[in-house]
Design a protein around this ligand. Structure first.
Ligand SMILES: [Zn+2]
Length: 515
């Protein structure tokens, strides 16, 4: 091939390196791995995500007029994404888009800084010379180039699996992915769902605080509350009027379907209700509760419409996704929680906290003083850690959860309040060689932790409910119990509460058992 023909490819290679370094490499600066092997893994991962970048630039550069128009926009978006990733470890998510479009970015980010403006200016300055250089290259058979570049991108984004997934997390794939995800969320929000009890009316006459903590990947058998040999829940162990439910079964083993199942009237006979009905939040609204969703996880189209049923939604970290490895702590929910509790907008209040809990990468989800079980699992590549290191890091997330939930209780202990905790599913910790969740059929994936705490004031008017709960605490229930029990906890006068699934009722039948 003559040098002239190669010139275009050299040009593409050079601008890919430039864009890769400034717009993608910052994502890989916090990337926990161990040793030389880990470093190789990190840079191979980086090189892999530069492949779609190359073909996107290829597509843009085929026609010089199109390049002149689109390349500056590409640089602007890349600069923003690269800068926020480098400076704040923030990534572009549908939540950022949601917050930006609704002009409501409740984050600690300084959105526009002088440093950012200087960075963008330098990038534009370089882009000016790149466009000038592109003008000097003549390309023949543009149609063939167009087909080659487009086909490559289509193939890259339809491999569907871990590879496509990783492309979607980084620039420029993240642009496409987040806009489509945002569109899906809004489409889901606007689909009409059935209200299971339209006759329900205002019932709020005594100030009541209902707190529901939606846990993440927390399996019941690793809580000292449930007899685990390590003291993983020292604060909760000491709490009075706290009942642990040691035998809950979750149908699903990953977040999205599990959360939708838990929040709705879906049960083992009616799975479809997770897709067709509104959640219990709407019934609380009808009973004149003020409802708040405090999110420390990304929204998903599976449960976004339920979040939107709430009067208020506050994201504590819209700039994080489960593919980021910087610190991402549940205590960042506490300021919004305390503010909500101090200034209730109605005499009755339902607050739902969607926590990041014990999600992998474990070390990101507890602060340094909770690194008590050592050594830690310091590599994001699971196989680089020992079994004991994995369990140590996981158990530290539980110590941290114990601290976090104890702080929630402290904030409401003098009120007429109740706190219900339920994890979305369990976690595999090396059983049959399986780790994390959403993968294999390990019984611990189906055993989420759950417990319920009553304040003294709440107990004084709900002694019977408490006694019944004590009776029921070790029976095998599916997570289906939550819907009926939380409605009962809020004294919601609805006829749809199923007594067999309401843990506060004494007319209990055992829910089906499944191992
Ligand atoms: Zn989950």
């Amino acid at each position: 091939m003559q040098f002239k023909k190669l010139k275009f490819y050299f040009f593409l290679f050079a601008i890919t390196v430039w864009a890769g370094v400034f717009f993608i490499l910052p994502d890989f600066l916090i990337y926990p791995t161990i040793g030389f092997k880990g470093t190789i893994y990190r840079y191979l991962h980086f090189l892999l995500v530069c492949i779609p970048l190359f073909f996107t630039l290829y597509l843009l550069a085929i026609n010089k007029y199109i390049f002149k128009v689109l390349f500056p926009a590409f640089i602007l978006l890349g600069s923003l994404i690269g800068y926020y990733s480098f400076r704040y470890k923030a990534i572009f998510t549908p939540m950022i888009l949601d917050a930006t479009l609704h002009n409501d970015i409740r984050t600690s980010l300084d959105v526009v800084t002088l440093e950012l403006l200087i960075f963008i200016l330098i990038q534009f300055f370089l882009a000016f010379f790149i466009i000038k250089y592109r003008n000097k290259i003549t390309i023949k058979k543009t149609f063939l180039h167009l087909i080659l570049a487009s086909l490559s991108l289509i193939i890259l984004f339809s491999i569907n699996g871990r590879v496509t997934n990783t492309f979607k997390q980084h620039f420029p794939g993240s642009l496409y992915y987040n806009f489509t995800e945002y569109w899906l969320l809004n489409k889901e929000k606007n689909t009409s769902r059935l209200n299971p009890d339209i006759s329900l009316r205002d019932n709020c006459n005594d100030s009541t605080f209902i707190v529901f903590v939606l846990g993440e990947s927390l399996r019941a058998d690793h809580l000292s509350l449930n007899g685990y040999e390590r003291k993983t829940t020292p604060n909760l162990d000491k709490r009075e009027n706290l009942i642990t439910l040691s035998n809950i079964y979750s149908e699903y083993t990953y977040t999205n379907p599990s959360v939708a199942h838990i929040l709705t009237r879906a049960d083992e006979q009616h799975y479809e209700r997770a897709k067709t009905e509104k959640s219990f939040i709407s019934l609380f609204n009808q009973a004149n509760y003020h409802t708040v969703w405090l999110a420390n996880q990304e929204a998903s189209e599976y449960y976004y419409s339920f979040m939107k049923e709430c009067d208020t939604i506050i994201y504590s970290h819209p700039e994080k996704s489960v593919y980021t490895y910087s610190k991402w702590l549940d205590e960042d929910l506490l300021p919004s929680f305390n503010e909500t509790i101090k200034k209730p907008k109605s005499c009755c209040q339902l607050v739902i906290l969607h926590t990041i809990g014990s999600h992998w990468f474990y070390n990101s989800h507890f602060s340094d003083e909770f690194a008590q079980f050592k050594p830690l699992a310091n590599s994001k590549v699971v196989t680089q850690n020992t079994k004991q290191e994995m369990i140590n890091s996981y158990d530290n997330t539980i110590l941290y959860m114990d601290y976090f939930v104890d702080n929630l209780i402290k904030a409401i202990e003098n009120k007429n309040s109740i706190l219900i905790f339920l994890s979305d599913h369990g976690e595999s910790l090396g059983e049959n060689g399986s780790w994390l969740h959403a993968s294999s059929n390990n019984k611990f994936l189906h055993l989420p932790a759950s417990f319920i705490w009553f304040s003294k004031k709440y107990l004084s008017t709900h002694q019977e409910a408490y006694n019944n709960l004590v009776e029921n605490k070790d029976k095998r229930y599916r997570t289906d119990f939550l819907y009926h029990t939380i409605l009962s906890a809020g004294n919601i006068p609805t006829t749809i509460i199923n007594k067999n699934l309401n843990l506060f009722s004494n007319k209990q039948k055992l829910s089906i058992s499944k191992d």
